[in-house]
Design a protein around this ligand. Structure first.
Ligand code: FAD
Length: 305
């Protein structure tokens, strides 16, 4: 289908302010790499997400769903399709008793702050994770002993055929940094979490403690995509990488952080290829020296290792 015709259709579905062409993904990813998306769409209602997905399905147009882009590596050549960002335009948060319901684009920081204000505990672990609810449910994000699977009760999603599903409890298929959302290519629209009544000051203090531990241990002053690798059973990826002598190792503008070896940071002019080359080098070196094969946690779009 002709590019101009697709653009016109996208504008008529979403409105002019919500579609753009040739948008550099480095502007929307926390690691600040990635070439242009042919089309970039930011719907502002769930109904528009559904309408857009229906259109893309009907026309067989390739698309990719993103949240806050904090776990993503787009190719330098860009993305030849429609990147759909479900972010702060779809981010309503509502509270009912011990339950908090958030639209997919709500940030974890905002949702955990709302929980704290309502003296509800259980989401403190998430307050410093820089993603959205949609990204966090998809990734079963976690930290400091907590993870989304412990609080998520129900998720409204849409499947590849456009059917709405309400996943309940075990139906989310949560595992370590994975969920059924990934395996079944679902799109998260809204999630309900069940929390417990707690002491507001204690909740606030726990959040502050986790966040100060983050600032102390993680290279938050430089662009990154968080922990590059999943935690291998019985080890810590960062420790293995450090023990293999890779601390500070640099390829182009990408560096194994000298503050936390589990992170790859962008020193300023890194390309996704630099990051990928460094990921490959780290994997190979760690495997040869320790026998442990590190699996990436970052989502590498359009490629594999
Ligand atoms: C400094 C830093 C610290 C971090 N610390 C942690 C941590 O402690 N623990 C942790 O688990 N992660 C951490 N991360 C990684 C990242 O923040 C999490 O994985 C987060 O959940 C990703 O959310 P996102 O909105 O940015 O998703 P994105 O990066 O945009 O997307 C991640 C995946 O989710 C999918 N996705 C996003 N939204 C939707 C949706 N609505 N429906 C369907 N699929 C969707 C995407 O297709 C992609 O596969 C960190 C990252 C950074 C940069």
């Amino acid at each position: 289908m002709h590019e101009n015709a697709v653009f016109r259709d996208l504008v008529s579905i979403l409105g002019e302010a919500h579609v753009a062409r040739n948008v550099p993904m480095k502007a929307y990813t926390s690691i600040r790499t990635g070439g242009p998306a042919r089309f970039f769409a930011e719907p502002d209602t769930i109904e528009k997400v559904l309408e857009l997905l229906q259109y893309l399905r009907d026309k067989s147009i390739t698309h990719y769903i993103m949240g806050n882009g904090t776990n993503l590596l787009f190719p330098d050549s860009g993305y030849d399709g429609v990147v759909i960002r479900i972010g702060n335009k779809i981010s309503r948060i509502t509270l009912e008793g011990n339950q908090i319901t958030a639209q997919a684009g709500a940030s974890l920081a905002a949702v955990s702050a709302r929980a704290m204000e309502a003296s509800l505990e259980g989401l403190e672990f998430a307050s410093g994770i820089p993603g959205t609810i949609g990204g966090a449910v998809t990734m079963n994000a976690g930290a400091y002993g907590g993870e989304m699977s412990q609080v998520v009760k129900e998720t409204l999603c849409v499947d590849e055929q456009g059917k709405l599903l309400r996943l309940k409890d075990q139906e989310h298929g949560f595992g370590y940094r994975k969920s059924r959302i990934q395996t079944d290519a679902l799109v998260v629209l809204e999630t309900t979490m069940v929390l417990r009544p707690g002491e507001q000051m204690e909740i606030r203090n726990r959040m502050a403690d986790f966040n100060s531990r983050r600032r102390e241990k993680q290279p938050l002053n430089l662009p990154s995509a968080g922990s590059v690798f999943k935690r291998p059973e019985g080890f810590y990826a960062g420790q293995l990488i450090q023990e293999c002598g890779l601390k500070g190792h640099t390829i182009g503008g990408a560096q194994v952080s000298d503050k936390h070896c589990g992170f790859i940071v962008n020193l300023g002019n890194a390309t996704s290829q630099d990051v990928l080359d460094l990921i490959k080098l780290v994997r190979k070196t760690v495997y040869e020296k320790t026998g442990v094969l590190l699996e990436p946690e970052v989502r590498i779009i359009g490629g594999d290792l």
